[in-house]
Design a protein around this ligand. Sequence first.
Ligand SMILES: *Cc1c(COP(=O)(O)O)cnc(C)c1O
Length: 235
Amino acid sequence: MSTIAHNLQVVTEAINVAAREAQRAPGEVQLLAVSKTFPAQAVLEAVYAGQRAFGENYVQEGVDKIHAVAQARGCTPLEWHFIGPIQSNKTRLIAENFDWVHTIEREKIAQRLSEQRPAGLHPLQVCIQVNTSGEASKSGVPLAEAGALARRVAALPRLALRGLMSIPEPEHDFDKQRAAFRVLRELYDQLRAEGIALDTLSMGMSADMRAAIHEGATIVRVGSAIFGARNTNQG
Ligand SMILES: *Cc1c(COP(=O)(O)O)cnc(C)c1O
């Protein structure tokens, strides 16, 4: 078995254990394999091991990989999630090539994605990225503005608002990890109670996915635990 196939088994088992601990069904937590900085060949190894959903942070790298993987695999249905910062001059490539975007933090970007989403594709599935770390983080919409942004995004015709996403500041302590994820989950519960249809909480990475699953994550975004350590100057 390849290292990637083995790592996928280990991560899947860790997700199942965490879900059981949290008295949740393992099927409630989807594994997004974050393949940024790794070649198409690594994605293919994961595909052969049964993985279907992949996350990319850099637009051109992601688009090149999507095409390379499609050439090698024909029409195997894969799901590509964009999880990096979005510049407005890159929205068209994202709208044309990805299935999901987790990192909506401005209405203007959401409008462009909606306008540029090709008519032949299903609506782009999106999450609002929320800054749950206050001053410590520069990415994500401030907590207090997330509800208003969610309402405006939900109204855009070619986007389907699915949920919320966060990248908390790294913490080693399990309880502190949980506390950061709880902030996002409470916002999620509140927005749902106010009538916004959401079903996705994208939170948790290799180092903190157990805490995220305890707080209700429905998608965990896992890179290094599957593909190995990344070259540090590439994110
Ligand atoms: C790189 C990245 C991940 C995966 O991080 P790992 O620590 O390698 O699991 C998840 N989410 C986002 C937004 C990332 O940029």
